[in-house]
Ligand binder design. Structure first.
Ligand code: HEC
Ligand code: HEC
Ligand code: HEC
Ligand code: HEC
Ligand code: HEC
Ligand code: HEC
Ligand code: HEC
Ligand code: HEC
Length: 413
């Protein structure tokens, strides 16, 4: 047998071995993963020398604060959880190496056998209490179901940090920084040429939105099974679909979606927005969100709580103006009522962050109480009117909106 034939024979054996152990995933070779060049990243401080206002604005957003070093006291305090409450759901304060998140929930990075992993408990901001964080269903890689092997780098850092180098298992910056959305900027920082930096506004709408979807769309990496849970190797401007497969609703309840495709958890803005009429009309995330300003809740361009954001395009006189002449004619609530806020009906809190009904749905559909009666999905009315039945709401909806479109009723949308 010559060497080539021997190699082929071995290859067949290897394939058979894999096939007969189909349930045991094979770790992808590191050098088979797409690479980035870490030396091309310069960091936000460098960008700030020429783009001071963008830098200051970005510092006011949560993108700049996703992962922080633990500070338990004082003005720079980063720890939100109350470690004075005894609980098995938090590590000892002295063991905390990093804190992840602050708005809805906070998780903690600890070291186990020299690896940075995510502790199996979390602080729920809304409830002010410790709760378990097992998330077994989130991970397809058997090894990660045990939290002591739940690697921060492999499972989280790709969406929480900038410039991920899988060879060195390192990131260039701890947070979601300029180069997460603009690509590596060394050349541009040296010559200021616009050709040497990615400006999402100059990309096609699809490619531009993909910059956000790389992190804001639930899914899993393409191709051979991998233990990484983020789009390894993707850089702004690339075609995300080559790296990442977003989940789509299929009429069943999943961890991500309700029957009708609305958000059941956080981080599905991409998956839900693509179902909306506004996506079909070529809007994208940056029509409503300003990546360089934390002035309004959730970085919106204008305030959503006083309707200013939505009325930019839907006010009388605008092209997409509402059919009705006054707000109460459209909402059937007093103009100053929370029931007259666009986002409460069109971005109902159908999703969970650390508790149910926290995350806003991005299909922008009014969700009819008829859907709740049909399959139990949450609707736009009873999220506020908790003490009333869906039938109670539906009776008013039928009276107020006799021409309700099929879209908001269709359970299998
Ligand atoms: C030495 C100064 C300098 C540094 C450092 C610098 N920039 Fe710029 N940048 C410029 C100038 C000048 C322009 C405007 C060029 C023009 O309008 O022709 C610009 C334009 C841009 C644009 C808009 C490009 C376009 O298509 O219109 C983006 C985005 C940008 N910079 C991002 C960054 C980021 C991110 C960093 C850090 C990685 C950075 N810049 C670092 C000087 C700098
Ligand atoms: C594919 C990208 C992605 C991966 C992987 C990912 N996250 Fe996130 N994470 C996000 C995005 C985007 C948000 C913001 C979502 C939202 O507000 O709906 C978020 C939000 C969070 C929050 C809430 C932040 C707050 O201020 O309340 C925590 C905590 C968190 N992630 C922890 C983790 C941990 C721990 C892991 C790994 C085990 C992980 N995430 C993996 C993208 C990701
Ligand atoms: C979360 C993604 C994201 C982050 C982080 C981010 N940007 Fe941007 N940036 C964008 C998008 C999207 C645009 C295009 C805005 C638009 O559509 O008008 C943009 C545009 C710009 C522009 C062009 C001028 C303008 O305002 O349109 C500059 C300059 C810029 N960013 C600099 C920075 C710098 C410097 C940082 C870090 C301090 C940074 N950006 C962080 C997403 C981001
Ligand atoms: C590298 C991953 C990543 C990218 C790229 C990214 N985000 Fe995020 N985004 C996150 C994470 C993680 C959070 C949660 C931050 C936290 O709660 O501390 C977040 C939070 C947000 C929030 C909520 C902020 C708040 O105050 O609650 C908005 C809005 C948002 N992102 C919009 C965008 C838009 C628009 C883009 C594209 C221009 C984008 N993001 C790109 C990871 C990313
Ligand atoms: C930048 C402009 C713009 C902004 C801001 C905007 N919209 Fe829209 N909206 C549109 C356009 C354009 C359409 C598509 C109209 C069409 O094709 O019939 C649309 C469609 C819609 C529809 C679907 C209408 C239908 O025919 O089914 C709803 C609901 C909606 N928007 C709600 C909102 C809400 C709620 C906000 C605020 C969070 C908002 N919009 C902000 C431009 C905008
Ligand atoms: C009390 C609930 C409620 C509130 C608040 C509300 N809407 Fe609506 N909206 C509806 C319903 C119901 C429909 C009809 C949906 C359908 O036919 O599928 C609708 C339809 C729409 C449409 C498409 C048809 C049309 O009438 O032009 C747009 C655009 C829209 N709303 C925008 C807004 C904006 C902008 C605001 C805030 C100024 C707002 N809505 C506030 C319930 C609400
Ligand atoms: C038509 C406007 C509009 C578009 C388009 C839009 N958003 Fe939002 N988004 C909002 C509003 C309004 C809020 C809630 C603001 C508030 O609570 O005051 C929000 C909230 C969020 C949050 C905070 C989490 C939450 O549940 O409140 C994230 C993250 C986010 N959007 C990301 C995105 C991403 C990513 C895209 C694109 C795929 C996108 N959004 C498209 C208007 C929009
Ligand atoms: C953001 C919360 C919110 C949402 C969403 C909401 N409402 Fe209301 N609703 C209120 C409040 C607050 C009042 C108290 C009176 C007022 O402020 O107008 C009210 C009053 C009412 C009333 C009259 C008082 C009563 O209780 O008999 C009816 C009927 C009603 N809502 C039905 C609905 C229906 C149907 C929907 C869905 C189309 C809806 N509401 C969506 C907050 C909300």
């Amino acid at each position: 047998m010559n060497a080539l034939v021997l190699l082929r024979a071995l290859a067949v054996v290897a394939v058979l071995a894999v096939a007969s152990h189909a349930a045991v995933p094979v770790e992808l070779k590191l050098d088979a993963l797409p690479q980035i060049d870490p030396t091309q990243f310069v960091g936000a401080e460098k960008c700030a020398t020429c783009h001071a206002s963008h830098y200051q604005g970005w510092q006011g957003t949560l993108h700049s604060k996703m992962v922080q070093r633990p500070i338990a006291d004082g003005p720079g305090k980063t720890i939100v959880g109350d470690f004075s409450i005894p609980s098995t759901n938090h590590p000892a304060l002295k063991d905390v190496k990093g804190v992840v998140g602050s708005r809805w929930k906070q998780r903690y990075l600890v070291e186990v056998n020299g690896e940075e992993v995510v502790f199996n408990g979390q602080w729920s901001v809304a409830e002010k209490k410790w709760q378990p964080y097992t998330a077994k269903s989130d991970w397809w890689w058997e090894g990660h179901k045990d939290w002591k092997h739940r690697s921060n780098f492999k499972l989280c850092a790709g969406c929480h940090s900038t410039g991920l180098d899988v060879q060195a298992q390192k990131w260039q910056e701890l947070n979601i920084s300029c180069e997460s959305c603009h690509g590596a900027g060394r050349k541009h920082s040296e010559n200021s040429r616009i050709e040497d930096i990615v400006n999402p506004a100059r990309l096609s709408i699809e490619r531009s939105m993909q910059v956000c979807l790389a992190c804001h769309q639930a899914g899993r990496p393409h191709g051979p099974q991998t233990e990484y849970a983020w789009a390894v190797g993707y850089q702004p401007g690339d075609d995300l679909n080559k790296f990442w497969q977003g989940f789509a609703p299929d009429g069943k309840v999943t961890p991500e979606f309700w029957h009708n495709g609305t958000a059941k958890k956080n981080r599905v803005q991409g998956n839900t927005f693509v179902q909306s009429v506004m996506h079909d009309a070529h809007l994208q995330c940056s029509n409503c969100h300003d990546s360089h300003s934390g002035r309004h809740t959730a970085m919106t361009i204008k305030s959503a709580s006083n309707n200013a954001l939505c009325l930019t395009c839907h006010a009388p006189g605008q092209r997409q103006h509402l059919k009705e002449k006054t707000l109460p004619e459209h909402t059937h609530h007093a103009a100053n009522s929370t029931g007259s806020r666009c986002i409460e009906c069109h971005m109902a809190k159908t999703g969970e962050n650390s508790v149910a009904a926290e995350a806003r749905n991005h299909t922008f559909d009014f969700i009819s109480p008829a859907i709740t009666l049909k399959n139990g999905d949450p609707n736009s009315c009873n999220i506020c009117h908790k003490d009333r039945t869906a039938q109670w709401s539906l009776d008013f909806v039928n009276q107020w909106y006799p021409k309700l479109k099929a879209a908001s009723q269709r359970p299998d949308k």
